[in-house]
Design a protein. Structure first.
Length: 284
């Protein structure tokens, strides 16, 4: 009998994956985690009925959440990652030769250990890089209490339900702003805009007291169903969203690594928003 996993992010709409093999499963009083193999997407991790990441298409999400802010900034030496226990964001950040130090704040060491075991290609050795400082702590408490400053902050969090909800709060955004160097950039996962437009509006509303320039950019990740994923953007320097193509190309060539999704043209295109998102933001 063929077993399948039905994602339950939306009440009236979803997607299912054939489970070829269960690699890990744990049910506690507060959450359910499963890691399984699927012929099309490789290793898949799901938490509480929501797909978190897959081996097949993770590179799209991780490259776009990382390289757009880093190449827009152009000289980020210190980077902060909130969440991202699978190591994909850390892997991509460390490809930038100008980055001297990365602090990653993950709430649970067990998440990192599990992903090293079952999703080793996500981190690809990044946790062992001497530039990486892994802090096991609550992300919101870290940004609210830290005296360190960073050029780019990347929030790689689950959807705004359950424990991940606080990473979409005004207090979290205020803490991130206080941790940013002048001219820095904050980015965050913000759901699929077609299905979750209210979240886009709420994030804009909550970012606006802290960042002079708040917007979003897009990436299409197959397993995050419903169309383009919106990635939140906050900075006091509006010019960072308007870096010309020639400059982006020069920075990309200087970095000297190969990508699978990101390129300077995609970078510029991603910053253009569908009209329904533009209209929704205008209502805020």
């Amino acid at each position: 009998m063929m077993t399948s996993y039905l994602e339950k992010l939306y009440d009236t709409y979803g997607q299912s994956f054939v489970i070829d093999e269960v690699l890990f499963e744990q049910q506690t009083d507060s959450w359910h985690l499963i890691i399984f193999r699927n012929q099309e997407f490789g290793t898949v991790m799901a938490l509480d009925g929501i797909i978190q990441t897959t081996e097949r298409d993770e590179f799209i999400y991780h490259e776009m959440l990382t390289h757009v802010p880093l190449f827009a900034h152009g000289d980020a030496k210190r980077v902060l990652i909130i969440g991202g226990g699978d190591g994909g964001i850390l892997r991509e950040v460390l490809k930038h030769p100008e980055v001297e130090h990365v602090t990653q704040v993950e709430i649970d060491q067990a998440v990192i250990d599990m992903c090293k075991t079952y999703l080793p290609k996500h981190s690809d050795g990044a946790f062992d890089d001497p530039r990486a400082n892994i802090v096991i702590a609550d992300g919101i408490e870290f940004v609210c209490e830290s005296t360190e400053k960073f050029d780019v902050i990347i929030s790689d969090c689950t959807d705004p339900v359950g424990p991940g909800e606080v990473l979409f709060s005004s207090r979290f955004y205020e803490g991130c702003k206080n941790c940013l160097n002048e001219g820095g950039v904050f980015v965050a996962q913000n759901g699929v805009s077609f299905m979750q437009i209210e979240e886009v509006q709420t994030t804009r509303r909550r970012l606006s007291p802290y960042f002079a320039d708040q917007s979003f950019y897009c990436a299409a990740v197959p397993t995050y169903i419903g169309g383009n994923m919106t990635l939140a953007w906050g900075s006091d320097n509006a010019q960072l969203r308007r870096v010309d193509l020639e400059t982006l190309q020069a920075r990309f060539e200087k970095a000297g690594f190969k990508s699978r999704y990101y390129n300077p043209e995609m970078h510029q295109g991603a910053l253009a928003l569908p009209q329904y998102v533009v209209d929704a933001l205008a209502e805020v």
